[in-house]
Design a protein around this ligand. Structure first.
Ligand SMILES: Cc1cc2nc3c(=O)[nH]c(=O)nc-3n(C[C@H](O)[C@H](O)[C@H](O)COP(=O)(O)OP(=O)(O)OC[C@H]3O[C@@H](n4cnc5c(N)ncnc54)[C@H](O)[C@@H]3O)c2cc1C
Length: 438
């Protein structure tokens, strides 16, 4: 079966060209001891390392490729105060912890932006909020309900209709949108590299090109096998998300890795870029499938779109994204796409993230379901608290037992079927409710 670590590509050029260099790192070159070993250098692993180092606990990150080589260096870049599922589902799932979780997730973007400021990270951010447009009457009702909920809780969220909605989007395709000023956008690769610099400055170590191949219990300690070298650690954190092998039995089968796709154009002309998203919020809508659009600092239009959900990396198919942008911004005329890429998102069956204590001193966090810039930063902070305190009293999500999916082998078929159904629903809604004007 194809494995995400087999992808040949690096994070996209559009992020690499505009991110500061990563801190210098080397492969692990000797067997050694460490207090906490962290497997994976994405937002989860790096945030864990930073928070541990700040607490005075020595942490070493082992990364199979390069810093943020996985989803963290390829994300769309929206810093979202939501999980994949809304507040009602969280309240239902987590009972009396629900409200605390909803509120903590709502503060997620502040956590990421505060880290960026505190550690003076050199990261492009846009903090003017996020736009969520209604693609159908039910999508509009959902947004209105969510907006009213957050307004009652004092959050800077508002509904936009008519001209105000069209002006902020730069298109009259939608009749209503919710503007949430808590969220924002950033270059995810730059943010991950910023976390890595901050973690090292605080005392953590990062080894790249170092793939962990086995983790074994030895008395009270953990033996970590990485190529020819062994690492002995008191505690291990697995932060490999969708890119994980079976480092612990069943962990890989507890999530379904699904590909997400991104595309950027050549820089738009000054007139074109002024006409789109003038306050530079990114825009998504209430359709089921990925559908973000934003303008990058150099005037490129960045869009997420449909693409193959599983299997090997393929050259991107521009047609879907081209059609979508053409429908949203017909005044642009044909645009020139300059780069396309993909990365793997870890989906869970109920679409909630997981925090696990797999064995005494062996922890894992994964499954942000495509909402991981803020949430994985938060999970990393909480993993550090879990390692430090040995309890989940301070964590946002409770520690839960590992539940491998028995039907994991056929998951691609089921997800593919579901995606086709969603695609059809979205298409019908689009034809019925969205009316582009030239
Ligand atoms: C296309 C795309 C768009 C997205 N857009 C957004 C968005 O706009 N907003 C948002 O909030 N979230 C978004 N996400 C989700 C977000 O990127 C992820 O939730 C987040 O990056 C997960 O971080 P992580 O550290 O848990 O995992 P990753 O960043 O995937 O890191 C895992 C790391 O583990 C390493 N690894 C795996 N196995 C081993 C091993 N055996 N030994 C050593 N290292 C190993 C991998 O090389 C990888 O670098 C998007 C994701 C994708 C793919």
């Amino acid at each position: 079966m194809y494995h995400p670590l087999s992808d040949p590509s690096a994070p996209p050029r559009v992020y690499r060209d505009t991110a500061p260099p990563p801190p210098p790192t080397t492969p692990l070159h000797r067997s050694t001891n460490v207090d906490v070993a962290i497997v994976g250098a994405g937002f989860t692993g790096l945030s864990t390392a930073l928070h541990l180092a700040e607490a005075g606990i020595s942490a070493m990150v082992l990364e199979a490729k390069q810093i943020a080589w996985g989803a963290s260096g390829r994300a769309f870049g929206q810093v979202v105060p939501y999980l994949k599922r809304g507040h009602a589902a969280i309240l239902q799932q987590y009972g009396r912890d629900g409200q605390r979780i909803v509120d903590a997730v709502g503060r997620g973007p502040s956590l990421a932006f505060e880290l960026i400021d505190k550690h003076r990270m050199n990261v492009w951010t846009q903090r003017s909020g996020l736009l969520f447009a209604a693609h159908s009457p039910s999508g509009r009702r959902d947004l209105e309900e969510r907006t009213a909920y957050w307004q009652q809780r004092g959050a800077p969220v508002e509904m936009l209709y008519g001209y105000r909605c069209a002006d902020l989007i730069g298109s009259s395709l939608y009749i209503a949108a919710s503007l949430d000023r808590r969220g924002g956008n950033l270059n995810p690769l730059a943010y991950a590299r910023g976390l890595a610099h901050a973690a090292i400055a605080a005392g953590a170590t990062i080894h790249t090109d170092t793939q962990v191949t086995a983790i074994r219990r030895n008395g009270a300690l953990w033996w970590i096998e990485a190529g020819p070298y062994d690492l002995v650690a008191n505690t291990v954190v697995i932060a490999t998300n969708a890119y994980g092998h079976d480092l612990f039995p069943g962990l890989r089968k507890s999530v379904i890795p699904v590909r997400g796709h991104g595309f950027v154009t050549e820089p738009l002309s000054d007139n074109q870029r002024r006409s789109i998203l003038p306050e530079r919020q990114s825009l998504t809508d209430t359709r089921h499938l990925f559908s973000g659009v934003r303008i990058l600092p150099d005037g490129r239009l960045h869009a997420s779109a449909h693409g193959p959900l599983f299997g090997r990396e393929h050259a991107a198919d521009w047609r879907h994204v081209d059609a979508r942008v053409g429908r949203l911004y017909p005044h642009l005329g044909p645009v020139r796409w300059s780069e396309g890429w993909s990365g793997w998102v870890a989906m869970t069956i109920d679409q909630f993230p997981r925090l696990h204590e797999l064995a005494p001193g062996l922890f894992a966090a994964l499954g942000c379901n495509g909402r991981g810039i803020a949430a994985a930063t938060m999970l990393g902070r909480d993993l550090a608290a879990l390692v430090r305190d040995g309890t989940d009293a301070e964590t946002v999500f409770p520690v839960v037992p590992l539940r491998p999916l028995r039907w994991h082998r056929v998951a691609p078929l089921l997800v593919h079927g579901l995606a086709q159904m969603y695609r059809l629903h979205d298409l019908i809604d689009e034809v019925r409710f969205l009316r582009p004007t030239a």
